[in-house]
Design a protein around this ligand. Sequence first.
Ligand SMILES: [Fe+2]
Length: 525
Amino acid sequence: MSGRLRTGSATTRPRFLTTLASATATTGLGCIALPAFSRSSQRPIITHGVQSGDVSVDSGMVWARADRPARMLIEAATTDSFKDICHASFVDALPETDFTAKALIENLPAGQDIFYRLHFQDLSSAQAISEPALGRFRAAPTDRRSISFVWSGDTAGQGWGIDPSRGGMRTYATMLRDRPDFFVHCGDSIYADCTIPAQQRLPNGETWRNIVTEEKSKVATTLADYRGNYKYNLLDANLRDFNAEVPIFAQWDNHEVMEDWWPGEAFDRRGYDVKSALLLAARGSRAFHEFMPLRYTPSEPGCIYRKISYGPLLELFLLDMRSYRGPNEARTDSHLLGPMQLAWLKRELKRSAATWKVIASDTPLGTIAANSPGARTPVGHGIEIADLLSFIQHAGIRNTVWITADLHYTAAHYFDPGNAVFQDFEPFWEFVSGPIHAGTWSLCALERTFGPRVVFQSAACHEQGDNLAPCFGLQFFGHAAIDGKPEMLTVTLKDVDDRVLWATAIEPKSDQSARRHSWPLPSKT
Ligand SMILES: [Fe+2]
């Protein structure tokens, strides 16, 4: 493995490894013929670093943004010398996508470190080519080698933005030091409905001083506002460094659009000149897809829920509990996943031959469902969860684990039918970790519907209130490691200083139906 790569800064010219700078002074990038490298001061600039995401055994998405209409030139290699380029392609970054561009790098060797190099070529002046930005990711393995990942959620919420004097978004730097194979962002990747003020008063008398931008000085309603939320986060050097080295599997929750929205909501909220939740969702969704390195072709075009097969040990199911949501009040027709997503999830769980099936949920299960008093059948959003948990039990699907964020504290919940109102399911774990960089909340009361037992939790205490600033150390992420040989899953809940707060090791149960298949299965998704 080589040393750490450096990528472009949002505010300054990019910095690079000197050994790589010389490799760019060529007249060809991979198999793409280019004019001589431009030394013009008018060359395009890569504005917000690079990202990769949705990595599989043989492919991965890469992302960057230019400062003008430009062609993104993509090269990938298995060494950081870029002598063995295995992929070269291009995609245009146009005003229609706010000059963002992303591309799928395919036909990669499984389990290998992949180094990628991006340039932008000015569409109005072909001689003008940006300096390169560099990144890397590891392709998923096809063998049973040990793997690890981190997850969290809730970035730049409650007015806690980037205070450079406090180190910025430090949890990203901590997660990077753990060198995970990938990162699952469980949602609230922006807080479109929270402004970032210039400063906030802290309970200890100090002042928190944010970097401010025009787009983050109001709640997001326009497409430019939503884009501005992602650009704000990418001003943070910790986040950009993390993105350059760790692929992200991104979900969304509610704050990518607005607090607690649902598509059919009759919308009239204070502070908003737009009255349609669906219109805001369309703009928020577009910005999310522009700025997050999701694949273009998940289980249905443009959607967020999808499966990522990460070798024989792990399959990830990323859910979307916002886009297909029914009314927030408890009714018998209150969808959470929607019929299509629920059918997809059941089908893909059943056909999964991976040892561990990790379900990443934007909403903690302990907060889902309201029950009619005395009834054993859930109403409201819990209907589909009850159906799903029953299905998992009766289909003989083993080794499902849920991960989530959203509570703005960290916890280990063991869902036990013996403790539940709805009891037709096998016990399972849900691990909660967040926020990455937002207010820490105090403990919330959990719904009893699926019988969560709190095995561990760490939160703000009630005296600290429900919006404790990130500088007080209660920022959290989860770390999951699957050992290749015994296939044991070890889950560790950590804080911003990388302290281990709690950990457990779970042995996989044998899954006869799955083990009959060889891996990988032919997959449609
Ligand atoms: Fe949140």
